[in-house]
Write a protein that binds this ligand. Structure first.
Ligand SMILES: *[C@@H]1O[C@H](CO)[C@@H](O)[C@H](O)[C@H]1NC(C)=O
Ligand SMILES: *[C@@H]1O[C@H](CO)[C@@H](O)[C@H](O)[C@H]1NC(C)=O
Ligand SMILES: *[C@@H]1O[C@H](CO)[C@@H](O)[C@H](O)[C@H]1NC(C)=O
Ligand SMILES: *[C@@H]1O[C@H](CO)[C@@H](O)[C@H](O)[C@H]1NC(C)=O
Ligand SMILES: *[C@@H]1O[C@H](CO)[C@@H](O)[C@H](O)[C@H]1NC(C)=O
Ligand SMILES: *[C@@H]1O[C@H](CO)[C@@H](O)[C@H](O)[C@H]1NC(C)=O
Ligand SMILES: *[C@@H]1O[C@H](CO)[C@@H](O)[C@H](O)[C@H]1NC(C)=O
Ligand SMILES: *[C@@H]1O[C@H](CO)[C@@H](O)[C@H](O)[C@H]1NC(C)=O
Length: 631
């Protein structure tokens, strides 16, 4: 018997299996993967504060799930290298809130797998620190970044310490000589990019000192609502309640800061010119003289101008409307009403009015290709499927509630019906159309991260860095749209198309085959800066309100020295607006079309985005947990 021969035979047999280590031999069941993912999520939540050190340059806050700020460089290999390697840890409220929301939804399903209470507990302590401190009463108005007190200006300022540290570092950096060196090495594009980055440094730095926002605020309300409903979680709900003793503060804020395009009040009728650009058709189509929508920031133009030098101001000093923020707001309001956190009487006619108009806006955009300007309509959340998922969460809770009892407000019946129509038809068709069959029988979904690159020879390469995340979003959305709770299980609705069932089955299979592998990144671009490169800065869009921060208006088509505001006030007829569209703004033509998130041959077409592995893992956990509940 020839021993080595046997060994070779053994290896030949084993090799194909080893090669597919996340395929055949070590294939995990969905339940096993769920458990493995939960450890990965847990590892990414620091149990203690971690100071920056030589080993780890970034500060990590206790209880705050890890996320990083990256830059979406794309194209040539050296650009790809920057995208892949540049990452600054960021401590913010909403990554933690979203991951916790996923874990709570899993707990609420009552399946076999249970998230750890300790993680929820740590997260609640962390989130409890994000209440706005610039008021002298308890508020549930929340901020994205931690606030630090600035004794000089007597204000609490939003302070992303790691990002600020990076900017301070660049002050000491020999920029010019590095740029020259890069050019000599044939890396002129990187030099151009560096030049742009540093040129815009002050703009970036100003964009850090932001006011509170409706997104974080209503995501927190949604969390409280979830906690309230989970049996056995009353102590955790009590913890949440102890920092949320004045819930109506968020409703007051909503009424005060709603965007009211037809109002004659200049505090609330002015919006980012990019918002007006994508909303113009919707405003004209609905033609309501009293329309009101939730904006992003909890601040108005007057306050931004007054507080700018105190370091508490909206970027560009003007508010905007983001369809995803709107979806989160509607979810927060709806879940709080259904769970009893809010009473129907808390929803006065103005709140109901803002709620209904905002729902109409969301439906118009999700069924209308986001007015062909996904980059502007999804101002901060570039992922379309993420917006669909957030919207589908509201459909699910309304539908499940209505099966058992009348909705607490009559108008919600209409909202439920409209959401059903939009999500079952256009949105489902849109998702199914994007499904991609993989060679091994599964189905996956791609978005844009890592999909605009090429190698040295100029051949396109697809790194599909957000494929795992995007696929988890698709599964969660389809399950939410097409199943409802029946006792202890989820059941497909009557008339669920078989293509929906198949897509869910195949996507879950694909996710289970790939989520624990190392060949695909668990990255996402779940959040981003509002500008997706030079072309999507607000200055190039029609604006009819240009002011210095002292309130004096100007009309020149040249950038003034110092800080200024560019906004769109009121509304215009199609005819009048079209005239403005054909004009130049600060010397530039209106950027009518969206060139995609990876425009070719544009080294300055990069933008900052937030990525969180823990978020991808937790949305996948939720998709699996829901899938396992389908009977
Ligand atoms: C704010 O909430 C804390 C804790 O719930 C409470 O002790 C305090 O009295 C409240 N302050 C005001 C002004 O209501
Ligand atoms: C609740 O918030 C409102 C502002 O929305 C404020 O006027 C009021 O004083 C707060 N109430 C308490 C008890 O803190
Ligand atoms: C603004 O509108 C309100 C009612 O909507 C009206 O009472 C007021 O006179 C208007 N003000 C101006 C300056 O037009
Ligand atoms: C919008 O409504 C106003 C009155 O509310 C009406 O005068 C105007 O013609 C309408 N515009 C369109 C485009 O329907
Ligand atoms: C306090 O705020 C002012 C105005 O934003 C700023 O210039 C100053 O650097 C801040 N001080 C500290 C210690 O952050
Ligand atoms: C949707 O919008 C994108 C730009 O965001 C555009 O490229 C695409 O053609 C549009 N699709 C449809 C069906 O209108
Ligand atoms: C969904 O697909 C699975 C697998 O193909 C099948 O077993 C199941 O019966 C289908 N469910 C419905 C409701 O069609
Ligand atoms: C407002 O600021 C601009 C630009 O700094 C200046 O030219 C103008 O005189 C100021 N207006 C007033 C009323 O102070």
């Amino acid at each position: 018997m020839n021993f080595p021969g046997q060994l070779i035979l053994f290896l030949v047999i084993l090799f194909p299996f080893i090669d597919k280590s996340d395929g055949f031999l070590f294939k995990k069941t969905i339940k096993e993967t769920l458990v493995a993912l939960s450890s990965k999520v847990e590892e990414r939540q620091p149990k203690e504060d971690k100071k920056s050190s030589l080993v780890l340059p970034w500060k990590l806050d206790k209880g705050t799930y890890e996320s990083v700020v990256k830059l979406n460089f794309h194209g040539a290999p050296e650009m790809v290298a920057i995208r892949k390697n540049f990452a600054v840890n960021d401590n913010n409220m909403f990554v933690t809130a979203w991951i916790t929301a996923c874990l709570l939804e899993i707990q609420a399903l009552g399946g076999e797998f249970k998230p750890k209470r300790e993680q929820i507990d740590l997260a609640l302590d962390a989130i409890g620190k994000y209440h706005d401190k610039n008021v002298n009463y308890n508020t549930s108005v929340m901020t994205f970044w931690p606030q630090l007190y600035n004794d000089t200006v007597k204000k609490w300022q939003s302070t992303p310490e790691n990002l600020l540290q990076l900017f301070q570092l660049s002050d000491k950096f020999p920029v010019k000589s590095v740029e020259e060196l890069l050019k000599l090495m044939g890396l002129g594009d990187i030099a151009t990019v560096m030049d742009h980055l540093l040129h815009e440094k002050d703009m970036f730095a100003a964009a850090f000192h932001i006011p509170p926002d409706f997104d974080d605020t209503f995501v927190n309300i949604g969390l409280g609502s979830l906690l309230k409903e989970i049996p056995g979680y009353s102590d955790l709900f009590a913890k949440w309640q102890s920092t949320n003793s004045n819930l109506t503060s968020v409703l007051h804020a909503l009424k005060r800061y709603a965007y009211r395009p037809h109002s004659n009040n200049t505090r609330v009728n002015t919006i980012d010119p990019r918002t007006y650009f994508y909303l113009h058709k919707f405003l004209a189509a609905t033609n309501k003289t009293d329309a009101a929508f939730v904006p992003t920031w909890i601040q108005n133009v007057d306050e931004a101008m007054a507080l700018s030098d105190k370091g508490v101001a909206m970027p560009f000093f003007v508010n905007n409307v983001d369809v995803t923020v709107a979806a989160n707001t509607v979810n927060g309001l709806t879940s709080a009403l259904l769970s009893g956190l809010f009473k129907p009487s808390d929803f006065d006619s103005d709140i109901q009015h803002i709620y209904k108009d905002t729902v109409d806006l969301i439906i118009y955009e999700i069924t209308g290709n986001f007015s062909s300007r996904r980059d502007l309509a999804l101002t901060y959340y570039p992922s379309k499927l993420e917006c669909f998922w957030f919207t589908s969460r509201t459909l699910t809770i309304l539908r499940d509630f209505y099966k058992k009892a009348p909705l607490p407000l009559k108008m919600l019946e209409d909202v439920l019906q409209k959401l059903e129509g939009a999500m079952r038809n256009k949105v489902t068709a849109d998702i199914l159309q994007e499904a991609i069959k993989s060679a091994d029988g599964g189905i996956y979904f791609d978005d844009f991260l890592g999909d605009g690159d090429f190698d040295i020879k100029g051949n396109a390469i697809k790194y599909a860095e957000d494929r795992l995340f995007t696929t988890s979003m698709a599964v969660n959305t389809l399950i939410n749209i097409w199943t409802s709770t029946e006792g202890d299980t989820l059941a497909f609705l009557n008339n669920t198309p078989s293509s929906v069932n198949e897509t869910i089955q195949q996507s879950v299979k694909w996710l289970n085959d790939n989520i624990l592998g190392t060949h695909l990144k668990p990255w996402n671009a779940f959040f981003s800066g509002s500008g997706k490169g030079q072309a999507s800065l607000p200055f190039w869009y029609p604006a009819n309100r240009k002011e210095y921060l002292n309130g004096t208006s100007f009309n020149d088509d040249m950038f003034p020295d110092g800080l200024f505001l560019v906004g769109f006030e009121g509304t215009l007829s199609d005819e009048q607006y079209n005239i403005l569209l054909s004009q130049r703004h600060f010397g530039e033509k209106t950027p009518i079309d969206f060139p995609g998130f990876n425009p070719r041959g544009s080294p300055t077409g990069f933008f900052p985005f937030w990525s969180s592995d823990a978020y991808t893992y937790s949305t996948t956990m939720l998709a699996f947990a829901k899938y396992l509940k389908i009977k």
